[in-house]
Design a protein. Structure first.
Length: 349
């Protein structure tokens, strides 16, 4: 505990006038010799206690504070977390060897300062740059034996990796933590849980705080839209085979948070859609994650779309908006800037 004053010792209150009271009793001229002797003994006892208290009540030194830090870290273990496979995962100690089976988890580990502990990733991982030098354990198909050879004390995974793969890893005695965030709040919770599982809570809280600031910036841009008639209609194109980014997708949430109107919002998830349907939706802005803008402009009938007419085809980084990890709010800001460039420039000053 931290000492705020000498009025408390081990959490118990001490009346500040006790010592003065004893001195007063000893020095008072009334009373016989025996009383004086008794008072002397009282004073000696109180003075001794006062000296002990004065030492014990001093503020802790810098060395003491530094010495307390490892204890604060150790308090977090063991920890038990329920992941998105409904498994209760118990972690006894801070992880020293981590394998990540999906880019969003890899980016999370590095954002939490755990890069030096990451000993295995997939071929899909490309951020940060140093991850390219890390041992590979597969692509979307995970080499379970290779993972086991790396002797990780923690495997970060996703249900996307497949329940069979996760089960095999657990049967080998490996600790697997699997998350698949469905929205921004889920991403914040996932980062919190990974921080808790790895002893990196302080950095996890900082990452989440920074992400929330980015989200708030996008929301401030969205707040500049005062009338629904001014709201930008958006088509997000994630592949040349046209599919919606409909209700329940991350992209729908990001478009809405940035103040846009998703033209595919009436669809659930990733439905195939015809070129004619997109023409009928007539989006004001097309957000493009792949391919060539000129190829989009040259599609039959697309010259009638307002976004093409007014040259409002905006590129966004596919990795930022498709990986539910620490950079997804950067993707949100890219969308906000693409939809309302003037408002974004003003708000971001």
């Amino acid at each position: 505990m931290l000492w705020t004053s000498v009025s408390s010792v081990q959490g118990m209150p001490v009346k500040p006038f006790c010592l003065g009271r004893a001195v007063f009793l000893f020095c008072h001229p009334e009373g016989n010799g025996w009383e004086m002797w008794s008072r002397f003994r009282v004073l000696a006892l109180v003075l001794t206690l006062a000296m002990v208290w004065s030492v014990g009540c001093q503020a802790p030194s810098a060395a003491d504070k530094e010495g307390a830090k490892p204890q604060q870290t150790e308090v977090g273990f063991p920890v038990t977390l329920t992941d998105d496979t409904d498994a209760e995962v118990s972690i006894d100690d801070e992880s020293q060897r981590i394998v990540s089976l999906i880019p969003s988890m890899t980016e999370t580990a590095y954002a939490l300062g755990l890069g030096e502990k990451v000993v295995g990733v997939t071929t899909n991982d490309d951020y940060p740059e140093e991850v390219k030098e890390v041992e590979k354990v597969g692509d979307m198909t995970i080499n379970v034996e290779k993972v086991a050879e790396l002797k990780p004390d923690l495997v970060l995974a996703s249900p996307v990796n497949g329940q069979e793969t996760i089960d095999k890893l657990r049967e080998l005695g490996l600790t697997v933590l699997s998350y698949e965030p469905q929205n921004l709040n889920d991403v914040f919770q996932m980062i919190h849980n990974v921080g808790q599982a790895t002893g990196a809570m302080e950095q996890a809280e900082k990452v989440i705080s920074d992400m929330k600031k980015e989200k708030e910036l996008a929301e401030r841009v969205a707040a500049t839209v005062k009338d629904d008639k001014e709201r930008v209609k958006v088509w997000m194109e994630v592949s040349s085979d046209l599919h919606t980014s409909g209700k329940g997708t991350f992209i729908d949430e990001l478009i809405t948070a940035a103040g846009g109107e998703n033209v595919a919002a009436d669809h659930e998830g990733w439905d195939p859609v015809s070129s004619e349907t997109v023409i009928q939706w007539n989006p004001d802005v097309i957000l493009l994650t792949h391919g060539d803008e000129k190829a989009v402009q040259s599609r039959g009938g697309w010259q009638e779309i307002d976004a093409v007419k007014h040259d409002r085809i905006q590129r966004v980084d596919s990795n930022l908006i498709s990986r539910p990890g620490p950079r997804i709010t950067q993707g949100l800001l890219q969308i906000a800037e693409g939809l309302y460039p003037e408002a974004y420039a003003e708000v971001a000053k």
